[in-house]
Design a protein around this ligand. Sequence first.
Ligand code: GLN
Ligand code: ZN
Length: 769
Amino acid sequence: MTTKSAAAAARATVYGYPRQGQGRELKKAIEGHWKGRVTADALRTAAAELRRTNWRQLAEAGVDEVPTGDFSYYDHVLDTTVMVGAIPDRHRAAVAADPLEGYFAMARGTQEVAPLEMTKWFDTNYHYLVPELGPDTRFAADSGKQVSELKEALALELTARPVLVGPVTYLLLAKPAPGVSADFEPLTLLDRLLPVYAEVLADLRAAGAEWVQLDEPALVQDRTPAELNAAARAYRDLGALTDRPKLLVASYFDRLGDALPVLAKAPVEGLALDFTEAAAANLDALAAVGGLPGKRLVAGVVNGRNIWGNDLSASLATLGTLLGLADRVDVSASCSLLHVPLDAAAERDIEPQILRWLAFARQKTAEIVTLAKGLARGTDTITAQLSANRADLASRAHSPITHDPAVRARTAAVTDDDARRCRPYPERAAAQRAHLRLPALPTTTIGSFPQTGELRSARADLRAGRIDTAGYEERVGAEIREVIAFQEKAGLDVLVHGEAERNDMVQYFAERLTGYLATQHGWVQSYGTRYVRPPILAGDISRPEPMTVRWTTYAQSLTDRPVKGMLTGPVTMLAWSFVRDDQPLADTARQVALALREEVNDLEAAGTSVIQVDEPALRETLPLRAADRPAYLEWATRAFRLTTSGVRPDTQIHTHMCYAEFGDIVQAIDDLDADVISLEAARSHMQVARELAAHGYPREAGPGVYDIHSPRVPSAAEAADLLRTGLKAIPAERLWVNPDCGLKTRDWPETRASLENLVTAARTVRTEL
Ligand code: GLN
Ligand code: ZN
């Protein structure tokens, strides 16, 4: 290989593109179809139109090779399940009768059948549908979607590369089907699955694919030697096929680690690697295996999951290094652009100067094209872009938004003591008992009460100017009065104000903190037709004025029982936003923590004696590789403690997390040094209570006794039963009684009945103590 020819061949490509369209056309068409307003044919036409628009957009921007098959009506892992014929038994009839309706039934369930389970796609906020496999699974190739989408792109006379979820990742993401032993390992089906991939590859080649991309992001996670062997076998076998396109095996979200030598040795024609955060590790590992002689390397140098403009000179330097390591080096984003919004240019409310710092999918595409051109034809062909990029980076680096001296001074002054409560937990617990005078097995809720249609329309009215702020606040106040009155009547012990004023637990705070930006059109897919608009944490964070004190004290003024203050924790504020990339996450977390600390302290000063700081994202932000986790947990737990350590010993700090499996972070949960934690437990029959006990967790805990994910009302007897189970693990002095999570998605009737039953259950079990 020569550096020169590798450079001259450089091409621009991407692995995937936002699906729904600038006007949210796909979401509208699909939801219209579900409601019966859009026929299947009209939906197909709208989808095909969107695919064409996206490909044209990419081609016009200068992308040399466009992806196909990345489009999806719901989820690309579900599409893979269809492609390999792994339809769960309970969905077979529906899929056979009508593939499109059957597909949506697998995604969303129907009255009769449950959907596939949904879970997070690696450490992104995208959710995929989990394949269900078992020893009896028989795969069968169905390449229809892949082939027809490839043909659509080829008909536009584009160079197109189908993108598939790779067989190893597909199996590693699967779980045992219902009724199959939990010990079943889907990876044992590899030999059965590979012939199906072989068939799909042959079909794609016959349809005109020169290259096919197989995505194997599961290989950036810690893998056992057996799993690495499976990957080696998979690519040895697929590589050995004679009737196949060239294979590009793609990894993203982190470094390949031990999987890199495996793939480097495999008889495939190309590898795609992440050279953003994982750049140094991947570069070293590539050099260590002697590069990829004879192979194509696709370099993901443009970050595919943040919204920041690329440092073009830095990327060119990385690309320059890579030139010596492969036969041909192409330029791409680190992962599919699915994880970023479509077009920053659509934003009207962001200052033009700041807008220049941002890059959504279209801007990232332009960066990729510029880099490929600079690589292939010399940097003198992109001097204008380079100097504009330098100016934008400089403006960002020197802006008062990203460097607020007051915030810098405050964060620099933080000491270890600031992140430590002034008294150890046992002393605090005694002080709180004396101060709060709660009964045994105190009852409470997680924060939100039903977000009624009236509340949502009040917010819409306010935005549209149909009501003024005073009118809106009157409606929020009325809702709070109702929520407090209900809780008093139901007999709950620690009340909440119900979060009526909050649209979203992160956005509400982001709108009130300096340093955050909001977008108008920055939608990204969370799952199916659900899209979210994460705020952008762009600069130094400060809190110009109290954010929650007013409504919390208003609620407290209506009752003699304690009203719990309710905040979103620093880790969750980062996890559900686009965060800045110009400083370590730990530094950003510290700034957010300091702003929230002021809020906690103000709540206490205003008379709030119980304050909950939610951290549902603590676990999901866990780095993909175990080696990176201790450092993360260190700054994450410290940020929580910094938020909550400014209060008196008799002020009770609660935290809340919405999941049941947390065995791997139980130490971190303890390190939060919260006084009380509430967790999801109803569906796992108090499994968390046993886990907490097994780890010797010393504090108070409220494992949920009411599953809020369903409208079903748990009976008092059922809740009491769960409580008795909880008591076997956690002693009565430390056990709380609460639902699994907030009630904002529920309706009032079931909420009322469920909470009344919950209080009855607590009262019954108290008499048995
Ligand atoms: N306090 C929030 C609520 O009740 C917590 C939500 C969550 O954990 N996701 O809505
Ligand atoms: Zn929750």
